[in-house]
Ligand binder design. Structure first.
Ligand SMILES: NC(=O)c1ccc[n+]([C@@H]2O[C@H](COP(=O)([O-])OP(=O)(O)OC[C@H]3O[C@@H](n4cnc5c(N)ncnc54)[C@H](O)[C@@H]3O)[C@@H](O)[C@H]2O)c1
Length: 370
């Protein structure tokens, strides 16, 4: 069956969807019936989809095209208003992560999708990885023994251009509305959501205890170097230690510490390392999974209802005092202009130690964190 689609947000991350839609169109699985953006299509998008209806207003485009589903890949603070338009138009929704910048907004999208009996998939693509599915099964069947804890670490680097690319980048709020673009709630949101899903603790009430250390190296409103530690209702300790101020970036890893085994999920690479042995897996994208859900009743990888615990972490961060600026003494600088990078020497070891020991930066006595 060919499903009709509208895409809101045609550049930035939306370009990934355009590539996927082109592939799915070639297989006659979908038909893109409209594009919505505040700005005209860039040259690539225009070459590919310049013949399709385009509008700067999603509600108007939805009324004109009546798609089976709409993808919202726009800035976080636009998710609620655009999701409302999609669901009120009677279309299923694929919403980019994080689903919303506050608990109230997440709850409104969830409630509306339930009232309208429409599916709402959230774009946490790590949950469609075969490596994630295999690890979840190993945990559920007891292959790793009792899970003592789940530690995640991530060390990326973001230059000045990253924060200059959009008005909402690095913001807690913009013009009075929440944005929540911190390291834990946006760039490393997959780590938080995936760790919670591995523990089968995705509901709002599944978190028993929660604490964060939020730091920053730049003149921004949000954390760029952060440690989260929480305990789930099952008693599992989950830590997530991440930075966007690494000297030597590497892909994030989720370490599951079991009494009978150890597993590492490299969620951006679909790689599972089980007791030292690597296994490569494939993945099903959020869009393909949503199509399978609509056509064959496959379970959604990430129903918006399963973002409760994640949203509770986000809401906790929203309510935490603004992140503390790390002293210049602990920082190093490289390059200038848009390519300028700031890094914390040794932060790569710190985030990894947090995941191995399930410890916070303060407990590790990282000097820049205390
Ligand atoms: N799943 C992932 O791995 C991943 C990666 C990057 C970004 N994202 C998410 O994708 C979303 C978009 O991020 P981005 O960095 O591409 O944002 P962006 O600021 O680059 O905006 C994307 C597009 O949305 C358009 N847009 C903005 N407001 C709009 C509106 N009201 N109506 C229609 N179009 C509008 C912009 O003009 C732009 O073309 C965010 O939720 C982000 O967290 C997900």
């Amino acid at each position: 069956m060919t499903r009709t689609i509208v895409l809101a947000g045609a550049s930035g991350y939306g370009a990934t969807y355009l590539r996927e839609i082109a592939e799915l169109e070639a297989r006659e699985l979908v038909r893109l019936v409209g594009l919505c953006d505040l700005h005209p299509l860039n040259a690539d998008a225009h070459k590919q989809f310049g013949d399709r209806p385009f509008d700067t207003r999603l509600d108007r485009l939805l009324a004109e095209t009546c798609p089976d589903l709409a993808i919202v890949a726009t800035p976080i603070h636009t998710h609620l208003p655009l999701s409302r338009q999609v669901l009120n138009a009677g279309s299923h929704l694929l919403l980019e992560k994080p689903p919303a910048p506050s608990a109230a907004e997440w709850h409104e999208i969830l409630t509306l999708s339930q009232q309208r009996n429409l599916s709402c998939q959230v774009g946490f693509q790590s949950l469609g990885s075969g490596a994630y599915a295999r690890l979840a099964e190993l945990i559920a069947t007891g292959r790793l023994g009792e899970v003592r804890g789940i530690g995640c670490y991530g060390a990326w680097s973001r230059d000045t251009a990253y924060y200059q690319r959009a008005a909402w980048a690095g913001r807690r709020e913009l013009n009075g509305v929440p944005v929540a673009d911190g390291a834990l709630t946006n760039p490393f949101a997959h780590a938080v959501a995936t760790a919670l899903a591995l523990d089968r603790s995705t509901g709002w009430d599944d978190i028993a205890d929660l604490d964060t250390e939020l730091l920053r190296v730049r003149d921004i409103q949000v954390d760029d170097t952060s440690c989260l530690r929480l305990k789930t209702g099952r008693g599992t300790v989950i830590t997530v230690a991440v930075t966007l101020a690494a000297q030597t970036p590497s892909e994030p890893v989720i370490v599951v510490h079991g009494t009978r085994g150890r597993a590492e999920l490299h969620y951006t690479r679909d790689l599972l390392v089980l007791d030292g042995k690597p296994e490569d897996h494939g993945r099903t994208s959020p869009l393909q999974n949503l199509l399978a859900h609509l056509d064959e009743g496959a379970p959604l990888q990430c129903d918006i209802a399963a973002c409760g615990a994640f949203t509770r972490v986000l809401e906790h961060i929203n309510a935490t005092p603004a992140p503390r600026l790390i002293g210049e003494h602990w920082l190093a600088h490289e390059g200038d202009g848009p390519r300028a990078r700031i890094y914390i020497p040794g932060v790569e070891e710190a985030v990894r130690a947090s995941a191995e020991q399930l410890a916070t930066f303060a407990e590790l006595a990282e000097p820049w964190a205390v």
